[in-house]
Ligand binder design. Structure first.
Ligand code: FAD
Length: 455
């Protein structure tokens, strides 16, 4: 390999483990390069076009669908670990401009230090980067009130797969000139180019936050509680939904007992605002307007950490409880949540495979866990993929989408034909061919596949 003008960017000690949080097995890359700035990224992309090499960007490596993994021969990994500077913060415009490799929690701390607020809060915030968030259009519990990453991206700079630079947007809060290129790039999973600079909108930081876990006799009651609360004029910042199976799996995993009463379903409510009286009143209205079975205010650091650690450990708890599992993150319209939750439970298979959903109540994003449980290894291998397909079909039946926040990557690509027509997929491929004519950026991921069977 002739590394030519990018020889100095070779990174021999930077990336030792090339996995992510999916089960995808990566192919060894031929090299890892570590750019320091925009010009380095341009040089890398232009070199890759000349040499006929594919590029896969890697940021925090916390993706769950294989997006940051090399899966084809002759691929170079581009690690963003050295592009991790805050470039500028403009307090009067309430914006911050950063390089893509900045860890999200660092942005939170940085802006909150001056009374500002960047709301998107994926649970991986301590280890994922803002570049990865933009490329996956990441969401989090606060998406109910504040929206997802896309709602905060004002400007993007980078280099297309063709090697040409681009810079769209800036500090303006409104901008409808031309096609919405920021919308196109956000969520594009590194398939179009490398992002080198991001400008984000900020908001005033809420001064008061109150939380409570509320138990319900059924999932229906939990869903109705959100509807009733919103009709009462309350917009919680978070409404995280769990069934008792989630709590049981987490408690067993953590080796602790619940500090709250057990019920069939729960919502962790969080309300924020600027005065104690307003926030207390909103929380009281949510509880009063629902048919609740029990509740525990999360009014001490210990109680709050207890409940959130249970929520954070659901996935790990299910892995321990079930032996093996698949995790999906479908999304459906909020009006279809109750029906979808019931239909998911019905997908339990006679082999012993079970299906449990939990997640972000307010935006219809359900984390669906397909659990091996009592199924034999042979039955798991034979039937689990069909159950996953049924979960995706269910999302389609209820007017939903294959993914609410984790993206398509490698693992969900086989289902793209369920959501998109062959013409849709051709349009995706056409867009890519304009900005990345040699198809070097993250090939065979997310949007289409040369081998993909179009319906
Ligand atoms: C414990 C845990 C909890 C999680 N919780 C959430 C959650 O609540 N909400 C949520 O949305 N997701 C969640 N995720 C998924 C994951 O954290 C997000 O998708 C996150 O945005 C990925 O960021 P990253 O920096 O790790 O990116 P990576 O995984 O390294 O990369 C993600 C994609 O972006 C591309 N990419 C990265 N940087 C660039 C760049 N500069 N230019 C071009 N392409 C680039 C990569 O090629 C890849 O396709 C969770 C993951 C874990 C492990």
């Amino acid at each position: 390999m002739n590394t030519g003008d990018i020889a100095h960017l070779m990174d021999t000690d930077g990336v030792t483990a090339l996995g992510d949080y999916s089960a995808v097995v990566p192919v060894s890359p031929i090299a890892v390069v570590s750019p320091r700035n925009h010009a380095d990224c341009v040089a890398i992309v232009q070199w890759a076009n000349r040499e006929g090499v594919s590029l896969v960007c890697r940021a925090g490596g916390t993706g769950t669908t294989g997006g940051a993994l090399p899966i084809t021969a002759n691929t170079v990994v581009v690690t963003m670990r050295h592009m991790n500077r805050v470039i500028a913060m403009d307090e009067s415009a309430a914006t911050i401009t950063v390089e893509p490799g900045v860890i999200l929690a660092h942005i939170h701390d940085y802006v909150e230090g001056v009374g500002l607020f960047y709301p998107p809060d994926p649970a991986s915030l301590a280890i994922c980067t803002i570049g990865g968030n933009v490329m996956e259009n990441a969401g989090g519990p606060r998406a109910l009130k504040y929206g997802v990453t896309r709602n905060y991206v004002l400007g993007l700079k980078g280099v297309w797969g063709s090697g040409e630079s681009f810079a769209y947007g800036g500090q303006c809060r409104k901008n409808v000139a031309g096609y919405d290129m920021i919308g196109l790039l956000t969520g594009s999973e590194g398939t179009l180019g490398i992002i080198t600079e991001i400008t984000l909108a900020l908001r005033p930081k809420p001064r008061v936050i109150r939380e409570m876990i509320v138990g319900y006799a059924s999932s229906d009651d939990a869903v109705a509680a959100l509807r009733n609360g919103m009709q009462q004029g309350v917009m919680p910042s978070t409404a995280e939904f769990m069934v008792d199976d989630c709590v049981a799996a987490s408690l067993a995993y953590l080796g602790v007992s619940a500090l709250f009463e057990r019920h069939p379903a729960y919502v962790i409510w969080q309300v924020d605002g600027f005065t104690e009286a307003d926030v207390e009143a909103q929380l009281a209205r949510i509880v009063a307007s629902s048919n609740y079975a029990g509740c525990m205010p999360m009014d001490t650091p210990e109680r709050s950490e207890h409940v959130w650690s249970i929520r954070r450990s659901v996935s790990l708890g299910f892995t321990k409880m079930a032996g093996k599992k698949y995790s999906e993150d479908i999304v459906v319209p909020v009006s279809q949540l109750s029906a979808t939750m019931l239909a998911l439970a019905d997908l339990a298979h006679e082999s012993g495979i079970r299906v449990v959903g939990y997640g972000h109540l307010g935006d219809g994003n359900i984390h669906v866990n397909i659990l091996k449980m009592g199924a034999s290894d042979a039955d798991w291998d034979r039937y689990a993929p069909d159950v996953v397909t049924s979960v995706m079909a269910l999302a389609m039946r209820y007017g939903g989408s294959l993914s609410g926040e984790h993206g398509i990557g490698v693992t969900k690509k086989p289902y793209m034909g369920m959501q998109f027509t062959s013409n849709d997929l051709r349009v995706f491929a056409g867009i890519k061919s304009v900005v990345d004519p040699q198809g070097i950026m993250n090939p065979h991921k997310a949007i289409y596949d040369n081998d993909y069977k179009l319906r």
